[in-house]
Design a protein around this ligand. Structure first.
Ligand SMILES: C[S@@+](CC[C@H](N)C(=O)[O-])C[C@H]1O[C@@H](n2cnc3c(N)ncnc32)[C@H](O)[C@@H]1O
Ligand SMILES: [Zn+2]
Length: 399
């Protein structure tokens, strides 16, 4: 292929697929740490992200129609090729704007022997999604995996996902979502972030909230099925439904989260209007800081998480250790449906309580009758329905 001339390739394995990526030497020569500078994108660190996407497809495919899927930003094509090889989907559209990426994807499709159930495109993602936006042509599942923010592409995805279908979104602009750059967060997501110890959870909630608001303009309702964050990205799996009333219902799950910097108390207020005057902490009277609008509903759909876990115990693909450990944590965490986890470091720092371990704090809170779990967001975190005041008392009892 003309586009691949001069590109040195190396064969690697991921899941049950062997495929070509730009040679590691080329990678080392060209970059600092950024894989974005590769002639064709490939990031081995995202393997567990792809593992989970495979597991999700297999899990929801048991109960829903998941036949036509699309990867509008495919890089070297590994994700879409894995969908074609490792799941029961019937047809995968793989696309990338970079001609070298599209050519390498074609090569990888041939290597995996899935030409009959795939099509490779070299278009702008929005152009591709637009081609498939008419009823009857839409996809059952779209996996959006861009550089940085997915926000500019969300609306095109909504057009191309069939009603009742699924959308997975990766956001790697975690600094923006976590409040390092407030202006960018307002611009991309129309929301105010907050740099707190639970900013990674707020990041997920801001992303879901922005998607819900955007989809509502088309009378579409989004339901989060599975969400998580790592140090480098945030990922959400959503199901999409048609209907103004349904869209109104999910919109009512948006609102603001208020955080008290003095006593760590949190308060949530549903609705899209910022209350005025500012909210005072109900526990210490201090002025609270707001984040939002963001999603205040559940981040996980228990049946989906359980189906994914069951699928994971059946499949023998890839390394899967990371995916397994994440699902185990989420399964416990989703039982405590309260926004905003605490971290033991911050509790000790702000409440001047003796330092303790998250496991010890979980045990003590459980003994005191509260709902509580560890969180996948951070090893230091504890999610609980105990108020900040109750937490302080339980912590005092631990000393
Ligand atoms: C993060 S990489 C995708 C990685 C891939 N999904 C995987 O799992 O390995 C983002 C890709 O989007 C492509 N891209 C960037 N802007 C695009 C656009 N407007 N339309 C289509 N592809 C685009 C880039 O060339 C790059 O290959
Ligand atoms: Zn307070």
């Amino acid at each position: 292929m003309e586009e691949l001339r001069g590109l040195s390739l190396v064969e690697v394995r991921e899941g049950s697929v062997r495929f070509y990526v730009p040679e590691a030497e080329a990678l080392r020569r060209r970059r600092g740490p950024s894989t974005a500078r590769l002639p064709v994108f490939y990031n081995p660190a995202m393997e567990s992200n792809r593992d989970l996407a495979v597991v999700f497809l297999k899990a929801v495919g048991k109960t829903h129609r998941v036949k036509r899927v699309c990867e509008p930003m495919a890089g070297c094509g590994i994700r879409g090729v894995r969908f074609a090889v490792e799941t029961e989907v019937e047809w995968v559209a793989l696309n990338d704007l970079n001609p070298k990426a599209a050519a390498l994807t074609k090569l990888n499709v041939e290597k995996a022997g899935v030409e009959g159930k795939t099509a490779v495109f070299n278009l702008d993602a929005e152009e591709l999604l637009c081609k498939f936006s008419a009823p009857g042509r839409r996809f059952d599942f779209v996996d959006l995996d861009p550089y940085g923010s997915p926000s500019p592409y969300l609306d095109s995805c909504f057009r191309a996902v069939r009603r009742g279908g699924f959308l997975a979104v990766t956001a790697t602009d975690t600094a923006t979502l976590c409040g390092v750059n407030q202006k960018a967060c307002l611009r991309k997501y129309g929301a105010k972030p907050l740099k707190t110890e639970y900013c990674h959870e707020l990041a997920v909630r801001i992303l879901v909230g922005a998607a819900v608001r955007l989809a509502a303009r088309r009378d579409l309702a989004l339901k989060p099925l599975f969400t998580y964050s790592t140090d480098h990205y945030v990922r959400v799996y959503l199901q999409m439904f048609k209907g103004a009333r349904k869209a109104d219902e999910v919109l009512s799950m948006l609102g603001f989260l208020y955080h008290c910097p003095r006593c760590l108390s949190r308060q949530t207020i549903r609705g899209l209007k910022l209350p005025h005057p500012a909210v005072k902490c109900s526990e210490c009277g201090f002025s609270m800081e707001a984040a939002g609008p963001l999603w205040l509903g559940s981040l996980w759909h228990p049946e989906t998480v359980e189906a994914m876990e069951a699928e994971l115990s059946r499949v023998k693909i890839g390394r899967l250790k990371e995916a397994r450990s994440l699902l185990e944590k989420v399964k416990l965490e989703m039982e405590v449906d309260v926004p905003g986890y605490y971290t033991v470091d911050r509790l000790a720092e702000v409440l001047h309580s003796p330092p303790t371990s998250p496991v010890r704090l979980v045990k003590a809170l459980r003994k005191a009758g509260f709902q509580v779990s560890l969180t996948h967001f951070t090893p230091q975190g504890v999610r609980t329905d105990a108020s900040a005041k109750a937490l302080k008392e339980v912590l005092a009892g631990l000393s």
